[in-house]
Design a protein around this ligand. Sequence first.
Ligand code: ADP
Length: 311
Amino acid sequence: MLEVKELKKSYGNKEVVKNVSFTIDKGESFGLLGPNGAGKSTTISMICGLLPYDRGEVLVSDRSVKKFPMHIKKKIGVVPQEIALYPTMSARDNLLFWGKMYGLTGTKAKSRVEEVLDFVGLTDRAKERIETFSGGMKRRINIGAALMHEPELLIMDEPTVGIDPQSRNHILETVKKLNEQGMTIIYTSHYMEEVEYLCNRVGIIDHGEVIAIGTKTELCSRLVGGSVVQLTIEKASIEAVEALRSLDNINQVVTKEESDVVEVFVQNPHETLGNIMTTAVNHGMKIGAVEVKEPNLETLFLQLTGRSLRD
Ligand code: ADP
């Protein structure tokens, strides 16, 4: 369905997307996971044809986005981060407007608006002006706008940032349902839990590069020393960190500047925990809290980059 080949984009002399490549099959739900500034929005803007790329190629159903923009427009629905709605128009009229932009008219357009309102759970607010809606409700109508022309591929850019938990859950359930109904999805986020919940395959992006790609199981199997023992420290000690590094069964110890957290990667945390604590304390570290985290995409990101997704 989608092929992204060695995509590149620079602003001035700063390369913000560097050789990004991936493919997505029809019916997949693909997550692009990375921290703020990683290059997610830039990548998907190029996929949608909203931003020209410097190098590389994007093919949607084997056709170049550059050469066949109209073909792409029909196949793709885009939910941008910015709300693209008219604040003084009603929810219903906004959807009708977007339907017209995609060539829907007459009773077909009207009935599609009702279907979409029902799908995003806002039929009872249809007549009200967008400016009276909460941030989460605006996002839901924004998603509705992208669904009006029944696209084959839905691309969403961090659709749950800054909204209330109820709308967030509604959006996640909506995306899940769309994918179950056969729609192909690209979902960008810096929230690991959302990507893990929604996506069957994930590309992890950092500094404009895809640094890992695969199913969650494939990605987590790359973790050297599956679990992480996270120590929140009240008193730092370089000697303690060095002593932890030299312990048996410890794969990696990650510290961050100006952070009170030390992450210790281990295979069997419950067997090594006692030893970790004793060693740290004996070497002058004062520990405030301990948490054992099971392997997940967040811990993989931490191991690959030394940073957390929310840094
Ligand atoms: P993400 O969506 O992962 O948060 P973006 O794709 O928005 O990341 O941004 C990637 C990098 O490109 C950032 O460093 C950002 O500051 C930079 N960037 C994005 N848009 C522009 C622009 N129009 N001009 C200059 N730099 C930009």
